[in-house]
Write a protein of this length. Sequence first.
Length: 60
Amino acid sequence: MAEIINLRNARKQKARADKEAQAQQNRALFGQTKAEKLRRASEKALADKHMDGHKKDAPK
């Protein structure tokens, strides 16, 4: 027999889990020093430049 659950509590638990996941993402994103942000931006720019250099030209 299936276990009976309270849907109100299930919704609240899901909301709490979603809120915690968003908080964790915000801590990672906004909890950085300026130097870390600049380093991450430069690494992303270098990776983007590397990927753009390997793209094939579109057929004409």
